[in-house]
Design a protein around this ligand. Structure first.
Ligand code: PMP
Length: 287
């Protein structure tokens, strides 16, 4: 299938399209030594771009890579690259680092071979239609078994099989538990629930991506006056929730419309959280 309009900055220049960057001997191709971040530009703003730029460097360090750009440089390159787009369609912003060579026995990444690219591509914002989730039989690994503190490509096959399993059961996405059986996140976003107007989200315990949209949503809801608590949450808690919603940079705040055998209506808190996010995004000086 044709890819949407895509621009990639690599080795000092912008290239149009899905430029080829690695070969079969590249460490990343063989042993998945890649990290990335995902931010978004839409309606003239790029919310929390500074945090996304800082996180990709932290992810690189976690994987043993050596960041070759400062967050400020990544931000500057992003605004530079955005000029290549029509200024109307929303754009996905993906800075990435990867290793070209391996170290001892080829296994660890050689930090000196770290490469960087910034890939921008058109990706329209989705309407806040919501999606369904079913509980996955696959679990999030812990920090002892995988670099779960990084946004690393190597974590995503586990998310992928959770989503495939959920799809086979008739759901859009998976609700993935941590190693202890508590709720962690969906296959591609963070998760919130509401009970008696009290907002809850799983406490960041290192097993799931502690999302930038999650942190922003917690702050916006708390500042607005909702009781908002990070807490260990079980499947039972979610079964008894009045509302469930999801956060992630791709679609920001969207309602969950079905959880296992329960149909849910998009609720007032999810709607308010989404409205608060948009108001904040448009009232914040562009970073
Ligand atoms: N969890 C996973 C597995 C994700 O892929 C994402 C999307 N990047 C998130 C959570 C949400 O994180 P953020 O709000 O930082 O995009």
């Amino acid at each position: 299938a044709a890819l949407s309009t895509t621009w990639t900055f690599v080795d000092g220049d912008w290239h149009e399209g899905n430029v080829a960057l690695v070969g079969p001997r590249s460490h990343v191709f063989w042993l998945a030594s890649s990290v990335f971040d995902g931010a978004r530009w839409f309606e003239g703003v790029a919310p929390d771009l500074d945090r996304h730029a800082a996180r990709v460097n932290a992810s690189a360090i976690s994987l043993g890579l050596k960041p070759t750009k400062t967050p400020e440089e990544i931000i500057g390159l992003t605004w530079d690259g955005l000029k290549k787009f029509d200024g109307k369609t929303a754009v996905y912003i993906r800075p990435m680092y990867w290793a070209e060579h391996g170290g001892y026995m080829g296994v660890p990444a050689d930090p000196e071979s770290t490469r960087f690219c910034l890939c921008l591509y058109e990706a329209p914002m989705l309407p806040p239609a919501g999606f369904s989730i079913g509980v996955s039989s696959f679990r999030r690994p812990s920090l002892e078994t995988m670099p779960t503190d990084a946004k690393a490509g190597c974590l995503y096959p586990n998310n992928g099989r959770s989503i495939l399993e959920a799809k086979a059961r008739g759901f859009d996405n998976a609700l993935v538990l941590d190693m202890l059986g508590n709720v962690a996140e969906t296959g591609s976003s963070n998760i919130f629930m509401v009970k008696d107007s009290h907002v809850f989200t799983p406490v960041a315990n290192g097993t799931f991506l502690s999302g930038i949209t999650r942190a922003r949503t917690i702050k916006l809801l708390a500042d607005y006056g909702f009781r908002t608590t990070e807490k260990t949450l079980t499947v039972k808690d979610f079964r008894e929730a009045d509302e469930i919603f999801s956060t992630g940079n791709h679609s920001k705040v969207v309602p969950i419309t079905r959880f296992e055998d329960r149909d849910l209506q998009p609720g007032p808190v999810a709607k308010k959280a989404r409205a608060l996010y948009w108001d904040w995004a448009h009232s914040t000086p562009v970073n």
